[in-house]
Design a binder for this molecule. Structure first.
Ligand SMILES: [Zn+2]
Length: 141
């Protein structure tokens, strides 16, 4: 339900588990957040009411990403992998030559690699999006 928000939270460096990747069951979602000592974010009032008895939980009020991020008052850190939540490490261009498009290799010099799944990141489209969202949230960087 909050898949888009979870990806954005990772881009902003938040350690984020997207419960929907693992389970659809409310009790399991609550267990997952207790086990990981994570704050449970949900749009579902019923789930929230249940979760808040056992775990830290926040009821997300808006359907809109910008409003959701504003509500959470996020302070950005180093981005995490949007796919798997892994940490990103700087990597040498030559090492990943065959993993990125030729055009990107020619134009871009700085790359990051996910420690977990190996996904390669560079300051392309998603970087511009991060900048724009920071602007919306009035975060200086
Ligand atoms: Zn990853």
């Amino acid at each position: 339900m909050l898949k888009k928000l979870s990806r954005w939270l990772r881009m902003l460096g938040q350690n984020t588990i997207h419960a929907g990747d693992y389970t659809e069951d409310d009790d399991e979602i609550i267990k997952l957040s207790i086990k990981n000592n994570a704050v449970l974010l949900t749009r579902d009032e019923k789930l929230y009411q249940k979760a808040v008895q056992y775990a830290k939980a926040i009821l997300i009020k808006s359907d809109y990403l910008e409003e959701q991020l504003k509500q959470l008052n996020i302070k950005p850190k180093e981005s995490r992998c949007t796919q798997c939540n892994g940490k990103l490490m700087k990597t040498e261009k030559q090492k990943i030559k065959n993993k990125i498009p030729k055009k990107v290799f020619q134009k871009i010099n700085r790359f990051w690699k996910c420690e977990e799944c190996g996904k390669i990141y560079w300051r392309g489209g998603h970087w511009k999006k991060i900048k724009s969202i920071k602007k919306i949230l009035k975060i200086k960087s």
